[in-house]
Design a protein around this ligand. Structure first.
Ligand SMILES: *Cc1c(COP(=O)(O)O)cnc(C)c1O
Length: 426
């Protein structure tokens, strides 16, 4: 029996609580779980039996969310963690080693650019930033030390859509896993695994939770990558010294990455999602498809209106027919290009600041994917640490404001934009 998306977003991974019959997934607010006896404990620690030991590794509430997200993405397994940025480190961790690199798109969330260009160097890892529209450049950037290719499906914030089938082709040819950040699109709009992704990462902080309550992240494994083929991924294919010599690929097959991320990643990095956060995200995910449809419909209305406004220089939304990426919507995100775009204002930096300060319904915050409509002036906030070149490449130049369209009445949002634009140009 295969169910549709709307059914799965409510039911996948959940079953009535075996102890009480509780229909909604309980919040298992516990750190540890009682072993039946010493043999049971040993079997759990040897990963011979699947069960609960300690909530840094696994927790029943978090486990339901993991299965829910894996199912919606069409993956073999998923691991949740404490934030989207934690998910990115956790995704790279089993693949990388000092001296290794990851080839990444220039069009990424600002925090990801900083994490990849600066922070991962402390681990001896590095990232090579490439224009992912230039497939020859992506191919040329891959060298013997490259261990992954990384991009966003619908990129935050520039209204950019990655040609995932083409990039997957390049990664495949090089025998490398493709990691896709699917935060802005969500599995409702885009299914990266069907388009060739090996791993999908999420900031569940955004649309999956949907109402700006908790931070969280997830890594979904397609289960399709052959970790042993190239000899480049010893943590997966060789005896893992961090887990008494266990060979994860051989032992767990399509679940190798998921088991490694729990048994070694969460155990030693400790970037664990707590059960309260999992509860909020489970509540949100039940209405994901309904919300995304309205987010997209509102975004199309606002972007269309803004495009004809005399104070607006440009709107970068792939959901507009005028976008250079409009043709990728059909293959990459057929149900819509998301609800996140940028506008470039006439009047530059000053006009942007007045505009943001004059909005009443939109909140000026460093977040996106909320029921509430949000704006941010990226150049003075999230993308502040980037060089002017990096800002421009990420779609966050000084005259650019990012808009995350919420679920309010589109007419009310347009009226608010109208009055704030008038003030910015008064
Ligand atoms: C927010 C975001 C992240 C980081 O997630 P956190 O939960 O804030 O750590 C990564 N990628 C994208 C596309 C995001 O929007």
């Amino acid at each position: 029996m295969t169910y549709g998306f709307d059914t799965l977003q409510i039911h996948a991974g959940a079953r009535p609580d075996p102890a009480t019959g509780a229909r909604q997934t309980p919040i298992y607010q516990t750190t540890a779980y009682v072993f039946r006896d010493a043999d049971h404990a040993a079997a759990l620690f040897n990963l011979q039996e699947v069960g609960y030991i300690y909530s840094r590794l696994t927790n029943p509430t978090v486990a339901v969310l993991q299965e829910r997200i894996a199912t919606l993405e069409g993956g073999a397994g998923a691991v949740c963690c404490s934030s989207g940025h934690a998910a990115q480190i956790m995704a790279l961790f089993p693949l990388m080693a000092p001296g290794r690199n990851v080839v990444v798109s220039t069009r990424l969330y600002g925090g990801t650019v900083t994490q990849f260009s600066q922070t991962i160097k402390r681990f001896g890892w590095s990232a090579k930033f490439v224009d992912f529209d230039d497939l020859a450049a992506v191919e040329a950037a891959i060298d013997d030390d490259t261990r992954a290719v990384f991009c966003e499906s619908v990129a935050n914030p520039g209204g950019y859509i990655t040609d995932l089938p083409a990039i997957a082709g390049v990664a495949d040819k090089a025998g490398l896993p493709l990691i896709v950040d699917n935060t802005s699109a969500t599995p409702y709009l885009c299914r990266p695994i069907e388009l060739g992704a090996t791993l999908v990462v999420h900031s569940t902080t955004k649309y999956l939770t949907g109402n700006g309550t908790v931070t969280g992240g997830a890594i979904v494994d397609s289960g399709k990558f052959d970790w042993a083929a190239s000899g480049k991924f010893p943590s997966m294919s060789e005896p893992e010294p961090a887990y008494h010599g266990l060979k994860f690929a051989e032992t767990f097959g399509p679940l190798a990455f998921t088991f490694h991320s729990i048994a070694v990643g969460l155990r030693d990095l400790g970037m664990t999602m707590n059960p309260q956060a999992a509860h909020y995200t489970l509540m949100g995910i039940e209405t994901l498809s309904l919300r995304m449809e309205r987010h997209v419909a509102n975004a199309v209305k606002l972007a269309t209106w803004l495009e004809t406004n005399p104070h607006v220089e440009a709107v970068t939304y792939a959901g507009l027919p005028s976008s250079p990426y409009a043709s990728r919507v059909k293959t990459v995100c057929p149900k819509g290009a998301g609800a996140l775009f940028t506008i470039a204002l006439k009047g530059g930096y000053e006009a942007c600041v007045t505009f943001v300060d004059s909005l009443e319904l939109f909140s000026h915050v460093a977040n996106l994917g909320d029921t509430r409509s949000l704006v941010i002036h990226s150049a003075s906030t999230t993308h502040r640490q980037l060089t002017p070149e990096q800002q421009a490449a990420a779609g966050a130049a000084p005259n650019v404001v990012r808009i995350s369209v919420g679920l309010e009445d589109a007419e009310d949002l347009i009226a608010d934009l109208d009055q704030a634009l008038a003030k910015a140009h008064g």
